[in-house]
Design a protein around this ligand. Structure first.
Ligand code: FAD
Ligand code: SIN
Length: 530
């Protein structure tokens, strides 16, 4: 085992929008080490399509952005967080422009597109590949900073806070993380005075997800095992329009297609079915409403998919607004300028996560968290489209500010125990990992999906219990690999999701259960305490 303790003040886990924003905001004053699983652009950030919500139009107001966010969130949002994020949005956009993100413009103003649940055009974007442009700009700035070191290919295993990767709860100070070097197979201790978790969401706990392969909830699971509260994990967002294709499983068709006039149609009759579910807002109703409507059509009529059709718009308009999607679909034999696109809902965003306050502080001294792995109070029971990249920028900056302000009170790390490999050997049964991974994702999709019942949730809970023993035995016996680390975390997150879903005795936002179809008068977070 080796230790990288000497050279860095702050350790950031994750190189997406949240992690790199934090690192850049710290770098003038502190030496920062950024660790990432796989490649530096492997998180959800690079995949974001639609854009970033911000009040920039003269006719728009902060109050309306706040209201739209709270309506989408079904009142579960924390109003102070919503005000804080919405109020800081224009500044975040300015900062990204300074970093060179080439947002689409119309004359001297930025072009604003529209997405479901927004009462105004409010989404700044770079064509239909906003996330890629943001990721590139942040990485370029980070690479240029002498105070930032980027270390890809490190799969973090567990936070260091007094014990060596064992399950416990408690409020010990966090001093960094144990991470697997994916190339050498060695486990290193990365030690720092302050640690920031920015490890993204847990989308891959579901069989169908728009999220990248590494979205296995590692940050949430690590924080939980270290003793942090985790909340609202039952609030899993399903995006209504993921491409349905036999070979391409997780290609998103941005909500902006509906924002620019795309219609949802029954694939056989051509009926514009959103009129039956939400006649006022139609395709621009919030995501939970649209996803449930599609799910209902698919189940009621025995369909494989529904159609999303924007072919009534001029072909040049479609091509220029959605160049990436147009090109991808053409490569699959679908011309969206003349044909409808087959779509299905898929898991898309983890609204719940590690509890943080407005300074991005977690429950543990020395540990901050930002981005999709957190529950900051912004999204409530359903995230409003394009509010999540925004949350990464605002909370990444908040974490950096708070770390700098509290620096003198943070103690220097003690000597850290080495990673103990004395009782493990190389695995001789990799098939166990694949089997368990597939099983979890399948029953989560079937039993803990868009429409839930108590019976199905209990079935899922039983399977999670059975798998838990097998996974812990395996973890205790064999050398860690990235697949094993991810399986353990997927299982942990599945357990947190199902436990939270069973606790919520109502339907609200993304959590819809047939057994409790009504919404309780008072909105309460589902807070799990380790
Ligand atoms: P990520 O960008 O996911 O980064 C996570 C980082 O953590 C990665 O670097 C990863 O390698 C690292 N990591 C994870 N586990 C470990 C580990 N064990 N050890 C070390 N490192 C680890 N939001 C919007 O606001 N607008 C949009 O238009 C939009 N479109 C989207 C489209 C798609 C297809 C998807 C999937 C999401 C979209 N979202 C959008 C959501 C948004 O992209 C994410 O919420 C946001 O990018 C999350 O950023 P993050 O920094 O928290 O995490
Ligand atoms: C999309 O482009 O539809 C995704 C937007 C988001 O997830 O916020």
């Amino acid at each position: 085992m080796s230790s990288h303790s000497e050279n860095y003040d702050v350790l950031v886990i994750g190189s997406g929008a949240a992690g790199l924003t934090t690192a850049l905001a710290l770098a003038e004053h502190r030496r920062v080490l950024v660790l990432a699983k796989g490649s530096l652009d492997g998180g959800s950030t690079a995949w974001a399509q639609g854009g970033i919500a911000a009040v920039l139009d003269q006719g728009d107001t902060f109050e309306e952005h706040i209201r739209d966010t709270m309506i989408a969130g079904a009142g579960l949002n924390n109003r102070a967080t919503v005000e804080y994020v919405v109020g800081n949005a224009p500044r975040s956009i300015d900062r990204l422009r300074e970093l060179g993100v080439p947002f689409n413009a119309e004359g001297s103003a930025l072009h604003l597109t529209r997405e479901g649940g927004h009462s105004h055009r409010r989404i700044v974007h770079v064509n239909d590949a906003t996330g890629w442009a943001v990721q590139e700009a942040l990485l370029k700035a980070a690479r240029a900073s002498p105070n930032i070191t980027l270390l890809p290919g490190r799969s973090c295993i567990d936070l260091i806070n007094g014990r060596n990767a064992q399950r416990f709860s408690g409020a010990g100070t966090v001093w960094g993380v144990y991470a697997l070097d994916e190339a050498t197979g060695r486990v290193e201790a990365h030690v720092a005075r302050a640690t920031v978790l920015a490890a993204g969401g847990a989308g891959r706990v579901y069989q169908f997800s728009t999220a990248p392969r590494g979205a296995t909830g590692d940050g949430i699971a690590m924080a939980w095992r270290a003793g942090c509260r985790v909340s609202n994990m039952e609030m899993m967002q399903f995006h209504p329009t993921c491409l349905y294709h036999l070979d391409v499983k997780n290609f998103l068709i941005t909500e902006a297609v509906r924002g620019e006039g795309g219609r949802l149609l029954h694939p056989e009759t051509g009926h514009r079915f959103m009129a039956d579910y939400d006649p006022q807002r139609l395709e621009l109703a919030p995501r939970d409403v649209v996803a449930r409507a599609i799910d209902d059509q698919i189940k009621r009529f025995g369909l494989d998919y529904v159609h999303l059709d924007i072919s009534h718009q001029p072909a040049d308009f479609v091509r220029s607004h959605f160049p990436t999607i147009h090109e991808k679909l053409c490569s699959l034999g679908i011309d969206m300028t003349t044909q409808p696109i087959p779509v299905v809902p898929a898991q898309h965003y983890t609204c719940g996560g590690v509890e943080v306050d407005l300074a991005a502080r977690t429950d543990l001294p020395g540990l901050w968290a930002a981005g999709e792995c957190t529950q900051s109070g912004l999204h409530g029971a359903n995230r409003l489209a394009s509010n999540s990249l925004l949350e990464c920028f605002v909370f990444g900056e908040a974490a950096a500010r708070d770390i700098l302000a509290s620096w003198d009170q943070l103690a220097a790390p003690p000597a850290i125990r080495p990673w103990d490999e004395s009782r493990v050997t190389d695995s001789d049964e990799e098939v166990v990992i694949k089997q368990n991974w597939t099983e979890i994702r399948r029953f989560m999709w079937n039993y803990v999906g868009i429409v839930r019942t108590t019976k199905r949730l209990e079935r899922a809970a039983n399977r999670i219990r059975l798998l838990g023993q097998e996974i812990e035995d395996y973890y205790g016996s064999f050398r860690v690999t990235t697949d094993l680390i991810e399986l353990r975390n997927l299982h942990q997150c599945a357990e947190l999701i199902v436990r939270s879903a069973l606790q919520r005795k109502e339907s609200r936002g993304l959590h819809f259960t047939r057994d409790y179809p009504d919404t309780q008068p008072v909105a309460r977070d589902t807070v799990l305490i380790p």
